[in-house]
Design a protein around this ligand. Sequence first.
Ligand SMILES: [Zn+2]
Length: 314
Amino acid sequence: MNARHFTAIFFISILFLLIATSVHPAQAQATVTQEELIEFENHLNEADQVLLQTLESKNPRDYRYDYLLDKIAARFNAAGSLVYPNYEEKEVAYMVFAGAIGYNACAAHKTIVIDSLYIDAMKRYAEGIAYYGKAKTDYTRKLANAVGNKDIEIKEGKINIDYENEENPFSLPLAGTLSAEEQQNADRIFEGMIAWTLSHETAHAFKEHKKRVLLTFYNIYMKYRNQGYSEEQLTSQISKYIKSTHSRKQEYEADYYGVSLYKKAGYDKKCITYAYYFSQVLFEAFGVNEFSEDASHPASVAREKRINKIWNQI
Ligand SMILES: [Zn+2]
């Protein structure tokens, strides 16, 4: 296990029983054997691998932020058992892919995938907050406009990401030249915002919210593989998986465990507020669903209120 894996404790068999019986309703009365549970787990792990391989075949892995993912995972590892006390061990790995999913973060079975545009945008935004001393600035709006345009271009397959320019591959606007103190503050805010995203997605993975979707995806993949799948078919399945939404109940649960993990890892609540403000500005600028709460994600303001409430309860 390397540091980028977040390990905590996972109560596997009850969930397996519940989900295995609901996936196969005809066998709902039958007892699920240990072997079947292991096979089920193996299918899910293989589905993760297929998902990653397909993403990687389209866009390169982005290693620039591994230092940050390692740091966040280490802090989560130290806090994880406080958040998931009655669970057996489960590992979640964090990875960044360049431009593959377009301003998004997504949880598979044991892998959390973040998009390069998303993480780069948060970095610039954090620098802007540190430079101007506040989040609500013209710079934030300018950045949101640039990010929104890049996102659309990526989704329409129009963009050529400048991979040669490792510092700023999407040519996002810079806030200015930061002093050492401002840079330190920017780094802290950036880490906090990414930690918030990861804590929420980690909660989805730990609660296995996409297990049924992932299994469906795996079964379709196997069918394609046996029949000689086309790359387009597989890519369209991957994109369906990434775009598939959680129920509102699952989002509430992910927020609850996400906030718990985030707070116990010692992160600043303000970074959650900053992250919400940016998605709000993106939404206002473009009015595109993906930037805001979809049908399953409650509206930003209500969600932030609820997060505050969870924060004070923990
Ligand atoms: Zn979610």
